[in-house]
Design a protein around this ligand. Structure first.
Ligand code: CUA
Length: 331
């Protein structure tokens, strides 16, 4: 069954690999696949029985359409068949309700302690991500990406700054809405190291489709190394071109929205850029990370993501080149 289920979804080929509900690389995601298979089996059997009865009725009618029609007497098996069919439906639906209930009970983890919590705040159209620690100096802020240690259940607190969004990493777990004015919870417990893609799953305006994020599941040691690296301030630029870019970014309009730890830029209405170049994508999954794409994005954000809150800053070619040199150095 587990092998056959993906075949039914071949038309959804675009959803394979890094973004698929049939991946099962998280405890919750794998558990959903089990529930899906139970539903598929029960409803599949019901479907086959209904079609068999329909075909049986059709052929029986044909047989009766002879020159001397047989009077349509009530079949002696009609009553027991109807009782049996009703019983089967009640049994099937009760089974599905029970399976759903047990699944819910398994996923709810009352009283479970988590080693740390990630606060994800949705904005039109990007994700603000804060790794929280009881020691405030160990709090890390990033954007449009999650790093997770394999085999560790992690609590995710979901908030929104504007409209309703939905947080969804289909390989790992189900969807959970982010609603202004309240905090929703989700637990991510990845079971396989790998790179996955998350996507906003609730229409939230013009750039809903370009509101994605990257998820990296790694060994606990690699995760700790990532967290430690993220705690550091931005490295001062080492070449003249990047230094010129740093001057433009940290003293110009960029600093009115973005933060870069260790510089004057400390605003929080747009993604934190301290370790921007260590991420896999730009502008919430809009472009793959590269210096050329950084330059192209800064040169024309509205061309790449129309309606985005990132304005086009008037910069000449040399300034753009300097800015991309600096941004690409923010490892
Ligand atoms: Cu955020 Cu759709």
């Amino acid at each position: 069954m587990r092998r056959a289920a993906p075949l039914l979804f071949l038309p959804l080929g675009a959803c394979s690999g890094v973004q698929t509900s049939l991946g099962g690389q998280g405890v919750e995601g794998a558990s959903f696949i089990g529930l899906f298979e139970i539903f598929l089996a029960v409803t599949g059997v019901m479907y086959v029985i209904v079609i068999a009865i329909l075909l049986g009725g059709l052929f029986r009618r044909r047989a009766n359409e002879g020159p001397t029609p047989v009077p349509d007497a009530r079949h002696p098996l009609l009553r027991p068949a109807l009782i049996g069919w009703t019983g089967l439906i009640v049994l099937g639906l009760s089974g599905l309700a029970l399976a759903s209930f047990l699944e819910d009970r398994t996923l709810a983890r009352p009283g479970q302690k988590y080693p740390f919590s990630i606060q994800v705040t949705a904005n039109q159209w990007w994700w603000d991500v804060q790794y929280q620690s009881s020691d405030v100096s160990h709090t890390v802020r990033t954007a449009n990406e999650l790093h997770l240690p394999v085999g560790v259940p992690v609590h995710v607190a979901l908030k929104s700054n504007d409209v309703i969004h939905s947080f969804w990493v289909p390989n790992l777990a189900g969807k959970q809405d982010l609603i202004p004015g309240r905090t929703n919870d989700l637990v991510l417990e990845p079971t396989q190291i790998g790179q996955y893609r998350g996507q906003c799953a609730e229409f939230c305006g013009r750039e809903h489709a370009k509101m994605a994020f990257d998820v990296t599941v790694e060994s606990p040691a690699a995760f700790q190394a990532w967290w430690s690296a993220q705690l550091a301030s931005a490295k001062p630029p080492s070449v003249a071109e990047a230094a010129a870019g740093a001057q433009i970014v940290t003293s110009g309009p960029c600093a009115m929205c973005h933060a870069i730890a260790g510089t004057n830029a400390s605003a929080s209405v747009a993604p934190d850029l301290t370790h921007l170049a260590s991420r896999r994508s730009i502008a919430a999954g809009t472009l793959p990370m590269s210096r050329a794409n950084l330059e192209s994005w800064v040169a024309d954000p509205q061309g790449h993501k129309p309606g985005s809150k990132m304005p086009k800053i008037p910069l000449d070619a040399a300034q753009l080149h300097a800015v991309s040199a600096y941004l690409a150095s923010l490892q």
